[in-house]
Write a protein that binds this ligand. Sequence first.
Ligand SMILES: O=C(O)C1=C[C@@H](OP(=O)(O)O)[C@@H](O)[C@H](O)C1
Ligand SMILES: C=C(OP(=O)(O)O)C(=O)O
Length: 434
Amino acid sequence: MNVTITPSSVEGTARAPPSKSYTHRAILAAGYADEATVRDALWSADTQATARAVDLFGGDVTRAGDATLEIDGFDGRPDVPADVIDCANSGTTTRLVTAAAALADGTTVLTGDESLRSRPQGPLLEALSDLGAEAYSTRGNGLAPLVITGPLSGGAVSIPGDVSSQYITALLMAGAVTDEGIEIDLETELKSAPYVDITLEVLADFGVDAHQTDDGFAVDGGQSYRPAGGDYAVPGDFSSISYPLAAGAIAGDDGDGVRIEGANPSAQGDTAIVEIVERMGANVDWDQDAGTIDISSAPLTGIEVDVEDTPDLLPTIATLGAVADGDTRITNAEHVRYKETDRVSAMAEELGKMGVETTEERDSLTVHGGDSRLEGAIVSGCDDHRIIMSLALAGLVADGETTIEGADHVDVSFPGFFGLLEELGVILERDDGK
Ligand SMILES: O=C(O)C1=C[C@@H](OP(=O)(O)O)[C@@H](O)[C@H](O)C1
Ligand SMILES: C=C(OP(=O)(O)O)C(=O)O
């Protein structure tokens, strides 16, 4: 599907979709448990991949209404799956399920789409091998397809922290049901650290203790997953909130603007987007008790933003920078290159088609806003949900129409994204290419 955006202002109320990160963890944690109900869950292409894995491990994930999942777990160690696990486009599924597979008494094969099969898995495979499992890439290059044979019993392991925090999350979640537990030493500084905080929070809510140590993280073995009251509720997703928030900042009617609901504080690092749009000059008011954010546009100014903890915000910030006056410098961004696409290059390239000048370095992206007025263009969504949504935002204030090719990939994290834009008053056209 291609989507063509006509420049539009936005006004109205947007409800935050449920957090993708919390939903993945809650589904798998419920899998490790005997049973659990996950409420306010995100049902998107990525979270469905984790649900499929839980089913194949011997659990059963049933959708009981839009956002409620009734999950029968595999209760501790997973069964050997009867089929290959298709992780589709989801890095989180791949990493978390790879470590779970190492607990099974047999062999699991994991694969995914072309993007997924280009993302680094080597450090996790090495860690699992060091812990006693057999874990390898079929191509011997650290990329999926992956073949994992367990069971492992736990122990101490070291792993780099600057490729993906998901390796740490995966080891902690699996480690709790090993015999010996897992102690993780970080070889390099941890990037995307708030995602491990989310993991510790979800584990605690499922009655599992894992903690930070002087050198990394550790989890005791022999623990059971059991959510208090059998129930777990997922908070709103601040990476997803970044899109209606940025829409309000660049195209929100002065006075009315956009109200976002379901924006309650949690461990998500991406809550930083609220402070970022405020620093750039937008009118923003976050009532943390009510979970509402009100935003309307004002002239924006370029700023410097470090995305070490918040890699998923880079595309949104790049679009904000394209609209802002002056330079927006996004630093500490090397790990943003290991996502569904190399998002540093993708945003430079696609914003470039809209007339925006950028300067790209290995670990930074500077967007030269102001002089370069955004021009409508045909751009590629790069098969990456966050690139698609960020380019749609740029289309709101471009000169002329913007067509985003391959826009269906928003299903990965925010299936209702274009419907929401329409509710906020955006004029857009979907073309399914037939
Ligand atoms: O654990 C998670 O839920 C995630 C961790 C981050 O990845 P990295 O740790 O690979 O940076 C983030 O980019 C991804 O969207 C979700
Ligand atoms: C990188 C992302 O997710 P994952 O790593 O799960 O593919 C994302 O949602 O931006």
